[in-house]
Ligand binder design. Structure first.
Ligand SMILES: *Cc1c(COP(=O)(O)O)cnc(C)c1O
Length: 374
């Protein structure tokens, strides 16, 4: 962490030097490397060894997978002498929250375009979860409806705001949805190198057969699959799509790979499973109970939108076809998102543990010597 919050020249792993564009700099924002540990998820097939990489530990306000992408994207924003960052996402977007916080570290203003329902678009969006952090750090929040978002599209929306701010004399820089462009993808190419280094320092010869990760805008799987394929990991990557069909993501993913001139077919390097359930940001009682049970059994808190759906999808696939997973060593990447849980408290109430009024009816004699307050 010696370089925390400094801009550094970047050189790619030796196996990625043929990719293009190669970022010239990176801006250190994440707490790296994140730990990898055994994770005894309930319901694993016999002999399946599951491990978890804690990218929910990349920071506090900056936690999750987006900060790895922002290290490259915001270094570029500084190179271009931007004074304002614009990005776009759902109303509880972890990406928008991480961008707002990172921009503040860099002394840049932030404008967030947040997608909400037609019913709520004219109202104060409140202070729940990611919104609390975004508004606390002073991000400018612009609400749009889902209908506007799908008819106009994120590119035209961010461009409209960019032109407006330019007319006001600002120098805005647009970070695409989820930070999933070629530059942002380098965040998870680097994560693959980080995992390689972590495995090298072990004495038990641990190697992973499979890597499992949630997929929302595609940049994370693009980086980790490319890194695993090109480097020494050679693990098969399984993505669980939470916001669209696998077919849609194969296209998005191929576009990202082509944008890096990778010259590979996405279907050779990633297996995309449908993890949407009832749809993006919609949690079924079963999914929430799973997230709760995993927290009780292992202490790891998944988020309901991404990592929770991916782990739920993984366990379901394992239950359907245990032979496929028996004896495998699997690395699950926890991509963060804890703040999103706050948006689900109404649904979680019936799942959490009981409480009681402490029984102090029979007066307990006070122990002396510790002061009146305690
Ligand atoms: C954005 C996000 C993802 C998905 O990552 P993409 O690169 O957008 O596919 C997964 N988990 C969490 C918690 C996220 O916020």
């Amino acid at each position: 962490m010696a370089n925390f919050l400094t801009k550094q020249p970047y050189s790619p792993p030796s196996w990625a030097t043929h990719l293009s564009p190669i970022p010239s700099h990176t801006f250190s924002l994440a707490h790296l490397p994140t730990p990898i540990h055994r994770w005894n998820l309930p319901g694993l097939p016999d002999g399946t060894e599951l491990w978890i990489k804690r990218d929910d530990f990349t920071g506090m306000e900056l936690s999750g997978n987006k900060v790895r992408k922002l290290e490259f994207i915001l270094a570029d924003a500084i190179d271009q002498q931007a004074d304002t960052i614009i990005t776009i996402g759902g109303v509880q977007s972890n990406h928008c929250r991480a961008t707002a916080v990172a921009s503040n570290y860099l002394n840049l203003d932030t404008h967030l375009i947040l997608r909400t329902t037609k019913l709520l678009v004219e109202e104060d969006p409140g202070l729940v979860g990611n919104l609390l952090v975004e508004r606390f750090v002073g991000a400018n929040v612009h609400l749009i409806s889902k209908e506007e978002f799908s008819s106009i599209g994120s590119e035209a929306l961010t461009n409209t705001l960019k032109e407006k701010l330019e007319k006001e004399g600002r120098k805005p820089y647009v970070v695409p949805r989820g930070g999933s462009n070629a530059l942002g993808t380098w965040g998870y190419i680097e994560a693959a190198r980080e995992i390689e280094e972590q495995l090298k320092t072990r004495t038990d010869g641990l190697q992973f057969d499979d890597i499992v990760v949630a997929c929302g805008s595609g940049g994370t799987i693009a980086g980790i699959s490319l890194g695993s394929w090109l480097g020494t990991l050679k693990a098969k990557v399984h993505a669980f799509s939470v916001s669209n069909d696998p077919e849609y993501f194969y296209d998005v993913f191929q576009g990202i790979l082509d944008g890096l001139q990778a010259g590979v077919n996405c279907r050779d390097i990633v297996n995309i499973h449908n993890g949407q359930g009832k749809g993006y940001a919609v949690s079924t009682p079963e999914e929430l109970k799973f997230v709760k049970d995993v927290a009780c059994a292992t202490g790891v808190i998944l988020d309901p939108l991404y990592s929770g759906k991916a782990a739920y999808g993984l366990i379901n696939e394992m239950t359907k076809d245990p032979k496929n997973w028996e004896g495998k060593k699997i690395l699950f990447i926890h991509t963060g998102g804890l703040l999103g849980l706050y948006d689900k408290v109404d649904q979680m109430g019936s799942l959490v543990g009981s409480w009681c009024r402490m029984d102090v009816q029979e007066s307990v004699p006070r122990k002396d010597g510790v002061g009146k307050m305690f």
